[in-house]
Write a protein that binds this ligand. Structure first.
Ligand SMILES: *[C@@H]1O[C@H](CO)[C@@H](O)[C@H](O)[C@H]1NC(C)=O
Ligand SMILES: *[C@@H]1O[C@H](CO)[C@@H](O)[C@H](O)[C@H]1NC(C)=O
Ligand SMILES: *[C@@H]1O[C@H](CO)[C@@H](O)[C@H](O)[C@H]1NC(C)=O
Length: 376
């Protein structure tokens, strides 16, 4: 089996020189052949294997984010046998093959049985974790288990927000029926837009890659709304992909979101792209944050085409380094990570590959810029 690796430290120096063709060798921080979990005991693990609750090879890491010494790692329930979907690694004691510890607890990550009323902090399946500057962890709980097997909606899609200092749920907000487009909706990502210190004035943007929309949630108003736009759809010419020698066709729409630096009034550019696309688009956050404007069809022209990233540049996740304004984005078909200085126009000559490895960087899926890694 191929090694799964996280490589986070290398993007630093490249930030200053994006555009020049300069490949860097990422420093490998963790690598696993198969994911290990920090079970309460050997007996507990054996029991979970025996009952089918833990099928080792079905546990694939996907999303990452960091808060202090906790590196969050999500393991979506693609198949049966995922031990825990939301996990972390304690970086203060970690080695290269550290096991994942379920967050906030084993209990919260246990699949509820038929008819069982799960605790408020339960997590069935999450793809991404987002840490904000008010020490909160936001996850989009899809509630869907065994996606590729016998999919079943265990609980309703909900935004779950944890207080990282107490590991308690601050809020669980179930999406409204009108936020969801029947069976098409698929919420695999969440990005939080807020200014430091203004904890109540936070907005979450949740792309719907299957229903081609963005759901916006206002923390202050405890309300959500669904935004539509043609740019949220996939490009039919860019859905045919080959990754790691495997050819497949995808129809994933809007998936990656990256926030530009805030203007004086707190508004900022929100960059976004469908996954099956080589284009990048943007809209000012004031459009998304105001329910009236966001849902007004006349707002159509407020969305911008940033440009093309070039052939085979399909991207899952992107992120912007606030210091330099450089966007880093995964390159699914090119086995690597590219960058673009957002102060320049977006066209292929202004896009640089910063790392590429057709063995170790197959299906680069998530990316995050963490200042603390600068010293590693
Ligand atoms: C890594 O740490 C785990 C405990 O967290 C331990 O079981 C394992 O033996 C360590 N591995 C190495 C290579 O030191
Ligand atoms: C937020 O709204 C939901 C209804 O959608 C309600 O159940 C919940 O209690 C509200 N939470 C807060 C903190 O107001
Ligand atoms: C939202 O936009 C509408 C129309 O421009 C405006 O009247 C309203 O005051 C705005 N709401 C907020 C909360 O800014």
């Amino acid at each position: 089996m191929r090694q799964t690796t996280f490589a986070l430290a290398a993007t630093v120096t490249a930030a200053l020189i994006c555009g020049a063709s300069c490949l860097v060798q990422p420093q490998e921080v963790f690598s696993w052949k198969e994911m290990e979990f920090a079970w309460p005991s050997k007996e507990a693990m054996d029991e979970a294997v025996k009952s089918g609750e833990y099928i080792r090879e079905n546990n694939l890491p996907l999303g990452i984010d960091r808060w202090k010494d906790k590196l969050f790692v999500t393991v979506p329930r693609w198949k049966a046998g995922v031990a825990a979907s939301l996990n972390y690694i304690d970086l203060s004691t970690a080695n290269t093959t550290s096991p994942l510890t379920p967050y906030p607890s084993w209990m919260a990550n246990k699949l509820p049985k038929e008819g069982e009323h799960p605790p408020e902090d339960h997590v069935v399946s999450v793809f991404r974790a987002f840490v904000d500057s008010c020490d909160r962890l936001w996850v989009m709980e899809t509630g869907l288990a065994d996606i590729l097997g016998i999919p079943h909606q265990v609980t309703s899609p909900a935004i779950v927000i944890f207080d990282l200092n107490t590991d308690k749920v601050i809020r669980r907000y179930q999406l409204k029926p009108e936020d969801i487009k029947g069976d098409d909706s698929f919420f695999a990502n969440i990005v939080v837009d807020m200014q430091p210190g203004k904890c109540d004035e936070a907005f979450a943007y949740i792309p719907d890659l299957g229903g081609y929309g963005i759901v916006v949630y206002s923390y202050k108003d405890n309300d959500s709304w669904r935004v539509k736009h043609n740019f949220f759809h996939f490009d039919p010419l860019q859905g045919d992909m080959t990754i790691g020698g495997v050819n497949f066709q995808w129809t994933d729409g809007v998936f990656g979101l990256a926030l530009g630096n805030p203007e004086q009034n707190g508004d900022r550019t929100v960059y976004f792209h469908p996954l099956a696309s080589t284009m990048e688009f943007s809209v000012n956050s004031h459009v998304l944050k105001n329910k009236t404007i966001a849902t007004d069809p006349h707002s159509y022209s407020l969305y911008k085409v940033e440009g093309s990233k070039g052939p085979k540049s399909q991207t899952s996740e992107s992120t912007i380094d606030s210091k330099t304004g450089v966007m880093f984005f995964t390159q699914l078909q090119k086995d690597g990570i590219a960058c673009w200085n957002t102060k320049m126009p977006l066209d292929p000559p202004n896009v640089g590959m910063i790392t590429q490895d057709n063995e170790k960087l197959i299906f680069t899926n998530d990316i995050t810029v963490s200042l603390l890694f600068y010293n590693m």
